[in-house]
Design a protein around this ligand. Structure first.
Ligand code: SF4
Length: 300
């Protein structure tokens, strides 16, 4: 393995393979409910980037049970991560969040609680709740940064400044939770240099990183710009080339949670090559081998 993969990290931390269970806490997002905007980030699907999560009408314990049954039908996995994925999963009343998080974190077979959110949705009350839970179950917080560049952040309608991310990182570090930052590769107007700057910045401040290829999805404003020829999506070769450079500049102890993207194929418009995940991963690994991207820094 040419990078510190999530699987390696999970095996060395928990001693065996661990599956993520995608949960739906029924949240919305300030970028959609009108607090900041009603349009959402320009690339975000109607499902709030969580097309594979469970039904929010079900209690969390039931969502977990159903997911466990599905996973156990194809593997003997005993340990799971409870992952609140769609929309902004700290954007609610703290009493509601407490009930939700406790229900997800309490079962013995849940080894960590992972929460996807925005850096501007981490009030002091939420931080204190995360601290409380992190004392008995590891908490991971995923921050959707996507880019450090102001112009791109405005174009994608992220809705917060880089300084807000910096403040969130400091707060999260002070309570010792695991920080995972999302970066999108291939955003309109960004050069390879821009992408590497974002990855370096996030890598120096995070325990883990999710590198996500830009997907153009149906029913998004990004699709309108794409159809109007405002930008092109990356080819597989271009993506792998920049990805290798990103991996090379990451600190060796930063866990790589994602190398491509797991978009919903029903919604995907471009790049269509990304739907063939096996081919993408084979090309990535072949290129890693050829370029020796980690300069001999191999992970078992
Ligand atoms: S912050 Fe997340 S959920 Fe909200 S609009 Fe942006 S990508 Fe979608």
């Amino acid at each position: 393995m040419y990078y510190y993969s999530l699987n390696n990290y999970l095996k060395s931390t928990f001693g065996e393979k661990v599956y993520k269970i995608s949960l739906n806490g029924g949240m919305t997002c300030p970028n959609r409910d009108g607090k900041i905007d009603i349009r959402g980030c320009i690339f975000c699907s109607r499902g709030g980037s969580g097309e594979f999560s469970a039904d929010s009408c079900l209690p969390v314990s039931q969502q977990i049970e159903q997911a466990k049954q599905r996973i156990r039908a194809k593997s003997d996995c005993q340990k799971f991560i409870a992952y609140f994925q769609p929309f902004t999963n700290t954007y609610a009343d703290v009493d509601y969040l407490r009930k939700l998080y406790y229900e997800a974190a309490m079962p013995d077979e849940i080894v960590a609680l992972s929460i996807a959110t925005r850096p501007d949705c981490l009030s002091d009350e939420v931080i204190s709740l995360l601290d409380e839970i992190n004392r008995f179950k590891p908490v991971w917080i995923e921050l959707g940064l996507q880019t450090i560049h102001k112009r791109t952040a405005e174009y994608i309608r992220r809705g917060y400044e880089l300084g807000v991310y910096d403040e969130a990182v400091l707060k999260l570090k002070s309570i010792g939770v695991n920080i995972i930052t999302h970066i999108i590769i291939g955003l309109p107007y960004e050069t390879k240099q821009n992408i590497l700057q974002s990855v370096k910045y996030a890598g120096e401040r995070s325990n883990g990183i999710k590198l996500q290829l830009l997907h153009v999805l149906k029913d998004t404003d990004l699709l309108t710009d794409y159809n109007n020829g405002v930008f092109k999506t990356l080819t597989l070769e271009e993506y792998v080339d920049v990805l290798c450079d990103c991996i090379e500049i990451l600190p060796p102890d930063v866990v790589v949670h994602r190398l491509t993207g797991d978009g919903d194929k029903e919604l995907l418009v471009s790049p269509m090559w990304s739907a063939d995940k096996k081919r993408v991963l084979n090309t990535i690994n072949k290129t890693f081998r050829e370029r020796d991207v980690t300069q001999g820094r191999l992970y078992k």
